[in-house]
Design a protein around this ligand. Structure first.
Ligand code: GCV
Length: 697
């Protein structure tokens, strides 16, 4: 024992002697830095003793400099802040006010909300302001979330794997729960609270019925206990056929009273263990999942039956619109609208229909989903994918802020000026129940998200769920400052790298509106040639339709007429190549390779130029990152630099394989001076990656 102590103390001494720039930073702290290990001498008063208020106090004690003016944490009902009650009005139960006021004759920093959660969010807003260069004496913050349910969707399986997860195994150790509550669960909740996320769906939408058994409910309840003080509710994905698998019923038909009774009893059981359980998320009749359509019942029948089971407890149902049927020959991009639009107004008032940002599947670029604005009598929740299934997994630097805001800012055309954000935040139709879901990119990797820059996508999702009107650039700047410090050169450089990074991925994987060109199943790398899968819409050739004469999917009236699902003004824009934004050209049109682009180039020349632009952008990010070497801790700098090298290699691979394939189809030479692919097409086709991460099983 004495030797052991001596060793520890020797290491402690030698570590203390190291210069700070040599200290490793493994990214575990995310954007929540720096935080002292010991509490500081700050005069903080609380209006109560709730766990949430105590957490807020702890955050301040670890982060505020000693000698800061007194701080008052108070909910609106506290007599001490009666004079400021009106300032808190209109902030709902999660909004906050942070301001310097005079209390009992002393200048005091007041952090107030109608409820404890508002005070906690105000605390994090204050710390963010300070970490991004704000001054304590000039603080004046007032904000309330525009979206009610700000929810992460974990596609985590009960065996610890994560579908489309690239940051290691699931955080949830189902095996040791409910007894062992890994401290990391608290750190997860804290990180989410710091950006306003207030819900988490624990398990994969491709759900197993087992998650509804008593042992797994107890495990979920243990997580809910950890998350509760941080303002985070737990939800579960449910398998629609669970009454058959667990209840021994012969059917899961939502119109069958025994089925409804089974779900009601199951919901009651869950609420006994988790009194503030959020509700259910459902993937039904999609990609092989069971659902009400198996019995001739509608999606509304299914959703409403589940909604009735949770309604008395205040629960909700998030019912996904991501459906396409194996028997349906209709353009896949049209099927969700065809199925759901007629159901508008038939859903119970505790149901949200959860719609992916685009009509296919989280591609690097998709036009906004035509359901937004087309179902005014139904609350529509938007679903983004934070994990980068189609944008380079964990290794590629692709900041998704511009992808998220491009969709949120899109004009639906259904009402003057109406945007997707207006539909999502409920302002378009005055829906009180609103939501934004993000498929999480979080795993057990030390840095949570597989890379430092992937953390920015988690952060951006949370910030936009709180306020969908924020700009992607302002979020990137704030994240950079919180993550790397306030050196302007670092913030400017990091933001510059981030802001064009998603467009670069579009350029080197599928420019000008091309989509779904990836390899089969694991979705890693290019596979535009794939044409032999069982279902037509699983094949990349279904999406690009390239042949000797042209390329692109005709979704005009001459083709699938998907444009007709948009509001007339938007449909008119997308109906003609001349008025369609070039970034979405081949999504809506099949055009000859010689089609003249705005630049004067042919479509083929332009396509090639985009691939090169994408690869060049990555090289540019490498150069910029090199300039930051003296200013970033060695561990995070080196990992990012190495990942950029991987990205550069894979961007070239995507470009070369794609060009080799397009040339095999159009029989055209590359424009003069363009570098030919490194290998011939057969070499690219022969690549196999049976162990690529994140695969469904
Ligand atoms: C969870 C895509 C993904 C699947 C995912 C599905 C969905 O198809 O590849 O892994 O399944 O979307 O969103 O349900």
């Amino acid at each position: 024992m004495r030797n052991w102590r001596a060793l520890v103390s020797a290491i402690g001494l030698s570590l203390a002697g190291l210069p700070t720039h040599a200290m490793a930073d493994d990214g575990y702290a995310l954007w929540l830095r720096p935080s002292a290990q010991s509490v500081r001498q700050v005069n903080i008063t609380r209006s109560g003793d709730s766990p949430t208020l105590m957490l807020a106090e702890g955050e301040l004690r670890r982060s505020l400099p000693a000698g800061t003016m007194p701080v008052m944490l108070a909910t609106a009902a506290a007599p001490a802040i009666a004079a400021f009650r009106r300032d808190v009005e209109g902030l709902g139960d999660e909004g906050y006010l942070v301001r310097t006021v005079t209390l009992n004759g002393r200048r005091t920093l007041l952090i107030a909300g109608n409820g404890d959660r508002g005070v906690l969010y105000g605390t994090f807003a204050l710390l963010r302001k300070l970490a991004t260069g704000g001054r304590m004496d000039a603080i004046s913050l007032r904000s309330a979330p525009k979206v009610k349910l700000r929810v992460l969707n974990h596609w985590d399986n009960l065996d610890g794997s994560i579908e489309r997860g690239y940051a290691g195994q699931s955080l949830w150790d189902w095996w040791t729960l409910p007894d062992f509550r890994d401290p990391r669960y608290t750190d997860y909740a804290r990180a989410n609270a710091s950006i306003g996320i207030n819900g988490t769906v624990l398990n994969n939408v491709n759900a197993k019925a087992d998650s509804l058994t008593a042992p797994y409910i107890a495990k979920a309840a243990a997580l809910a206990d950890v998350f509760r003080p941080w303002g985070i509710k737990v939800y579960l994905s449910v398998r629609f056929s669970a009454p058959i698998e667990l209840g021994g019923l012969k059917t899961a038909d939502p119109r069958n009273p025994a089925v409804a009774a089974w779900w009601k009893a199951k919901a009651d059981e869950i609420y006994r263990a988790i009194p503030d359980f959020g509700g259910f998320l459902v993937k039904a009749n999609s990609e092989g999942q069971p659902g009400p359509r198996d019995y001739g019942a509608s999606h509304a029948d299914g959703a409403n039956m589940l909604a009735a089971a949770v309604r008395d407890h205040g629960g909700i149902v998030m019912w996904r619109a991501f459906v396409y049927a194996e028997t349906d020959p209709e353009d896949r991009a049209k099927q969700a609208y065809t199925e759901f639009k007629p159901l508008d107004g038939t859903f119970a008032d505790n149901v949200l229909v959860q719609v992916k940002n685009g009509a296919i599947d989280f591609q690097p670029r998709e036009p906004f989903h035509p359901l937004f604005g087309a179902m005014p009598r139904t609350p529509l929740m938007i679903e983004f994918q934070i994990t980068k299934e189609y944008l380079g997994f964990a290794t590629h630097l692709a900041y998704l802020g511009p992808l998220f805001t491009e969709t949120l800012d899109a004009k639906t055309g259904w009402k003057p000026g109406e945007t997707v954000a207006d539909v999502v935040d409920g302002s378009a139709e005055h829906h009180a129940l609103t939501g934004m879901a993000g498929v999480a990119n979080i795993g057990r990797d030390r840095d949570w998200s597989g890379s430092t820059f992937n953390q920015a996508n988690w952060y951006a999702f949370g910030r936009l769920a709180w306020d969908p009107d924020l700009s992607a650039a302002s979020i990137a700047r704030a994240w950079a400052a919180q993550t790397f410090g306030t050196d302007p050169q670092v913030i400017d450089t990091v933001t510059a790298m981030m802001m064009g990074s998603r467009e670069a991925v579009v350029d080197y994987t599928g420019p000008l509106g091309l989509a779904h060109l990836m390899a089969t199943s694991h979705h890693y790398g290019p596979g535009p040639w794939v044409s032999d899968l069982a279902r037509p819409e699983w094949n990349p050739t279904y999406y690009h339709r390239a042949d000797a004469s042209g390329i692109g999917f005709d979704r005009t009236a001459r083709g699938s007429d998907a444009v007709d699902q948009y509001a007339p003004s938007v449909a008119r824009t997308f109906a003609k190549p001349e008025t369609t934004p070039e970034s979405m050209l081949l999504w809506f049109h099949h055009l000859p390779w010689d089609h003249r682009m705005a630049s004067g180039h042919t479509l083929w020349e332009e396509l090639v130029a985009h691939y090169d632009r994408g690869v060049d952008y990555v090289a540019g990010m490498q150069r910029l990152w090199d300039t930051l070497r003296p200013k970033i801790d060695a561990e995070r700098w080196q990992k990012t630099a190495t990942y950029l090298t991987i990205q550069e290699k894979e961007a070239r691979w995507w470009r070369d394989a794609s060009l080799a394939y397009w040339m095999s189809v159009n029989h055209r030479p590359l424009p003069a001076g363009v570098r030919p692919p490194d290998h011939d097409l057969s070499w690219y086709k022969a690549r196999q990656f049976p162990y690529a991460p994140g695969q469904a099983h």
